[in-house]
Design a protein around this ligand. Structure first.
Ligand code: A2P
Length: 274
């Protein structure tokens, strides 16, 4: 049901996945099972979410074949550095109960630590070993990406960034396109409240007979973004994947992009983490 994009490794990645940011560890199994039943095949977690074990349990219980799933997790900031990255990756695999992930990301650049280049070299090793089928980054800005391109051998497959109609990230998206890096949007709905009450989105929702969330997700897909909406509400989990049977006009896509305010819902990547 969900189309794939092709990463620069040649691997296929579902364009829409299920994100579990802020889902408490003791409450994550049921929503992940719900998402898998609804047809999601890509699950996005992170070591810092503390819920990798629950995600792994849901995957095991679901009965969905491993090769039909695309699992992403992320390295937390305090584990950056060559050896600590290798150790943190082993821990994540143990928590997930898996022997590989489809995508492993550096969660934040943390420029003040200046360890992301060494960290990336460890990620390259995990990739070469086949335990991380693809490697990428998250929250990297253009100067951070440039350093990886200049100083290391593997171009990140993905940069997962805050991206929604209030923050369309046009410069980063253009940079990614130029270098074959897939753009993945976190908080694609701007964390729900506020953005989803916007009157422009409400009138587009009326026009297409969809919800504002579906209009925003469709905007992401038509921009070519990979996206991972988070919800713990079964009806929303279902609604958020029902976005492949309609299309926004180019004009309406532009109208949504014009909702840019530049306001982030999350931290500033240039200073976050120390
Ligand atoms: P909930 O998890 O209670 O269903 P984002 O992915 O941009 O961070 O947004 C996540 C937030 O948006 C969550 O608070 C989630 O609420 C809410 N949300 C997710 N899907 C929808 C939807 N289809 N309609 C309204 N709110 C939604």
């Amino acid at each position: 049901q969900v189309p794939n994009i092709t990463l620069n490794t040649g691997a296929a990645m579902p364009q829409l996945g299920y994100g579990v940011f802020q889902v408490p560890p003791d409450q994550v199994v049921e929503p992940v099972l719900e998402a898998l039943r609804a047809g999601y095949r890509s699950i996005d977690t992170a070591a810092v979410y503390g819920n990798e074990e629950g995600v792994g349990r849901a995957i095991a219980e679901s009965g969905v074949a491993r090769e039909d799933l695309f699992v992403t997790t992320k390295l937390w900031n305090d584990k950056q550095g060559y050896d600590s990255t290798l150790a943190a990756f082993d821990e994540s695999l143990t928590h997930l109960g898996l022997d590989y992930v489809d995508l492993y990301l550096i969660h934040w650049p943390v420029p003040s630590q200046d360890r992301y280049v060494d960290t990336w070299k460890a990620m390259q090793r995990l990739h070469a070993e086949g335990r991380a089928k693809a490697i990428g980054v998250s929250n990297f800005q253009i100067p951070h990406l440039r350093r990886l391109l200049d100083e290391t051998d593997v171009v990140p497959a993905v940069n997962q960034i805050e991206l929604h109609p209030n923050l369309p990230q046009e410069q980063l998206r253009a940079f990614h396109a130029e270098h074959g890096i897939a753009t993945e949007a976190w908080s694609p709905l701007g964390q729900g409240k506020g953005l989803l009450d916007d009157t422009t989105l409400a009138s587009l929702a009326d026009k297409y007979g969809r919800t504002p969330a579906q209009i925003v997700l469709r905007w992401h897909l038509q921009l070519g973004n990979v996206t991972i909406p988070k919800s713990v509400t079964p009806s929303r989990i279902k609604q958020n994947i029902e976005v492949f049977d309609f299309e926004l006009s180019a004009e309406d896509v532009a109208t949504i992009t014009a909702l840019e305010t530049g306001v982030r819902v999350g931290p500033d990547p240039d200073t976050f983490g120390g």
